[in-house]
Design a protein around this ligand. Structure first.
Ligand SMILES: [Zn+2]
Ligand SMILES: [Zn+2]
Length: 354
């Protein structure tokens, strides 16, 4: 069976990009608690591009030492084979599924304290980065069954959906809020849709790529702003009746966006940061102005499996028609990564089996 591997990592200083290669691997054999997944689709995450470019800060040396290394974590497929324990909990060959790439120990302090998504800090966490394969073998605790009628193309977006869902939940959007989303990428446009469902009066997507702004309007955004050619603060005031946005979700990862967010927030507004920022980027915050005078709430969001099941339930309510813009067969991984790396497309996915 074939699997995509990263054979070389880019150098962020020299702005070089890494290399990928499709290699032959032995068919994985599931243990009693494992599931062998025949991968239908694997989606390219913005973070995959950062890894390939080496824009991963202090993880760089570790990742470089692990090369060649498989890649991919956003997945959908069908169960090919299930171990005895996996079968006992109701997972069986032929089931349509999606999966969460992190496998947790479920026993440590972080796994058991479910109050605030601490699981990600599980010291025994095993991340499966091999989704861009024909087959993968993952633990039964990572598997989420899909209904029979589920669209596997959409379902490979479950993991980014779970991040979007978590960000919207952390934002605690009150009905009637003015919401702004920086970034018209996959997660940004999922957030725009979820924010509307959560009761936002208006949703504004702030995005420099014209095509992405157009699509934002088709999936329910009320306004878009081009942060390059337009006056961001003036437009924010215009949209919100002079007040500023109640909730701002920063999903673009751009330093300029991260810095601009407090400038367009209403007094007492909330800002959620959750993109993969350049590890060398530091942001200074004037504490007097930001917290004492403006009363802003700023927080970050990582990822969690807490939202995955609910992300699955929301899949049929999402509009991904214009979000999945390119589907390439696994063999055409170079074209797929070039498309995603160009920044012009929202989501590019790989079809991993016929
Ligand atoms: Zn991802
Ligand atoms: Zn743990």
């Amino acid at each position: 069976m074939k699997s995509l591997v990263m054979t070389k990592i880019g150098d962020p200083k020299e702005k070089t990009i890494g290399e990928l290669e499709l290699r032959e691997f032995p068919m994985p054999e599931p243990g009693p608690e494992d599931v062998l997944i025949k991968v239908a689709y694997a989606s390219i995450c913005g973070s995959d591009i950062h890894f390939l470019k080496g824009e991963i800060g202090n993880l760089y040396d570790r990742i470089k030492s692990e090369l060649p290394r498989q890649i991919g974590h956003e997945i959908s497929g069908t169960i090919e084979k299930a171990g005895a324990k996996a079968m006992a909990i109701g997972l069986k060959p032929g089931d349509k599924i999606t999966a969460f790439y992190n496998e947790f120990c479920h026993s440590c302090y972080y796994c058991r304290d479910t109050s605030d998504d601490k699981k990600i800090f599980c010291p025994s966490r095993k991340s499966h980065h091999d989704a861009m394969s024909q087959y993968v073998c993952w633990h039964m605790s990572q598997i989420y069954k899909l209904p029979e009628e589920a669209d596997l193309r959409d379902a490979c977006l479950t993991e980014p959906m779970s991040v979007a869902l978590q960000a919207v939940e952390k934002a605690e959007i009150e009905i009637g809020s003015h919401v702004a989303v920086f970034g018209g990428g996959g997660i940004g446009l999922m957030i725009a849709q979820l924010a509307k469902m959560a009761g936002a009066a208006t949703v504004t997507v702030i995005e420099p790529v014209a095509g992405k702004r157009e699509i934002a309007l088709t999936i329910g955004a009320d306004y878009t702003i081009d942060p390059i050619s337009e006056d961001l603060v003036a437009r924010a005031k215009e949209i919100t009746g002079g007040m500023g946005f109640d909730i701002i979700l920063e999903s673009s990862g751009a330093a300029s966006a991260a810095k601009a967010a407090p400038d367009i927030a209403v007094v007492g507004g909330k800002i959620i940061y959750f993109a993969m920022y350049n590890p060398a980027f530091d942001m200074s915050v004037n504490l007097f102005q930001t917290f004492y005078q403006k009363g802003l709430i700023m927080r970050g969001v990582l990822f969690s499996d807490r939202c995955v099941e609910r992300a699955v339930r929301m899949l049929p309510r999402m509009d991904f028609t214009n979000i999945i813009q390119r589907v390439h067969p696994l063999e055409d991984f170079d074209k797929a990564f070039a498309d995603m790396g160009s920044g012009q497309y929202i989501k590019v996915i790989l079809k991993c089996n016929d």
